[in-house]
Design a protein around this ligand. Structure first.
Ligand SMILES: NC(=O)c1ccc[n+]([C@@H]2O[C@H](COP(=O)([O-])OP(=O)(O)OC[C@H]3O[C@@H](n4cnc5c(N)ncnc54)[C@H](O)[C@@H]3O)[C@@H](O)[C@H]2O)c1
Length: 252
């Protein structure tokens, strides 16, 4: 018996570190998983790993900022899996550092399109499938940078704060449909994202571990543990919550 037996999940950014770990964990817990990303090789690998471990998975290419593509991908996933009642929204860009004063509008817009509008679009087109399934759960990946400030990340921080409020809005508007929505706020998690500005993980650790009282950086599986709980019926009294999984980063 897995904690997600009978559920069918749509996981964006499943070719990446965090959502890849979530998709694998969901598969191991008995959910059928649609793995979604813009990079074919990595998302196909996640789905293949789930199948090799005895789970059920399909993979699809979709830019979450493209409404037509999102609608088709969500509808196809629900039809191929037989239902859709769990969504993990994890897609996010890795933009260059800027202040508000020197950030080009195109960069600002791209971050908003992927990190925030993408989440809105996936939710918009997934909700009818959740209603048809009798309910569902959204797990929306925010960030500790949606709660505290960090230099030169204005667009990222604005979207990650907005993710929390978007989740609460969904939680409120669809509670009567048995649909729940919660945000996860990860601290620094060891994925390729952290190597976009620092050459090695060792250098990232030197800088970031001292900011995490627990004495290490997070692993993608730390976020997958929380996501599996939020997707399961064990969290049935949780909706509209901000779940910090950050090694104490924001506790100090
Ligand atoms: N790693 C961290 O320290 C950390 C901390 C806090 C929050 N997060 C959040 O966790 C989520 C996952 O991050 P990660 O660290 O696993 O990053 P990652 O770079 O490993 O994975 C991101 C994935 O998103 C995909 N993607 C990018 N644009 C897309 C689009 N338009 N449509 C669909 N897929 C798209 C990429 O191809 C990639 O596979 C992000 O929302 C990120 O903001 C990460």
């Amino acid at each position: 018996m897995g904690m997600l037996d009978g559920k069918a999940a749509f996981v964006t950014a499943a070719g990446g570190g965090i959502a890849g770990a979530i998709a694998r964990r969901f598969g191991a817990e008995g959910a059928a998983v649609c793995c979604v990303d813009v990079v074919e090789e990595t998302v196909a690998k996640t789905a293949a790993d789930i199948e090799a471990a005895g789970g059920k998975a399909i993979s699809k290419i979709c830019n979450v900022a493209d409404e037509e593509a999102v609608k088709k991908t969500v509808d196809d996933a629900a039809s191929e899996l037989g239902l859709l009642n769990v969504v993990v929204n994890a897609a996010a860009t890795s933009e260059p550092l800027h202040t508000v004063a020197n950030m080009p509008l195109e960069v600002w817009q791209d971050v908003l399109d992927v990190n925030l509008t993408g989440m809105f679009l996936v939710a918009k087109h997934a909700i009818p499938h959740m209603q048809a399934a009798g309910g569902g759960q959204f797990i929306n990946i925010s960030s500790t940078f949606g709660h505290i400030a960090w230099p030169q990340r204005p667009a990222y921080m604005a979207t990650k704060g907005a993710v929390r409020q978007l989740s609460k809005s969904i939680a409120l508007d669809f509670a009567e449909d048995n649909i729940r929505a919660n945000s996860i706020l990860p601290g620094a998690i060891e994925t390729n994202r952290l190597l976009s500005r620092t050459p090695t993980m060792e250098q990232v650790r030197e800088k970031m571990v001292p900011l995490h009282p627990i004495g290490r950086l997070g692993q993608p599986e730390d976020i997958a543990n929380a996501a599996a709980f939020l997707a399961s019926d064990e969290s049935s009294f949780m909706t509209g919550s901000d779940v910090f999984v950050d090694g104490g980063f924001t506790a100090v």
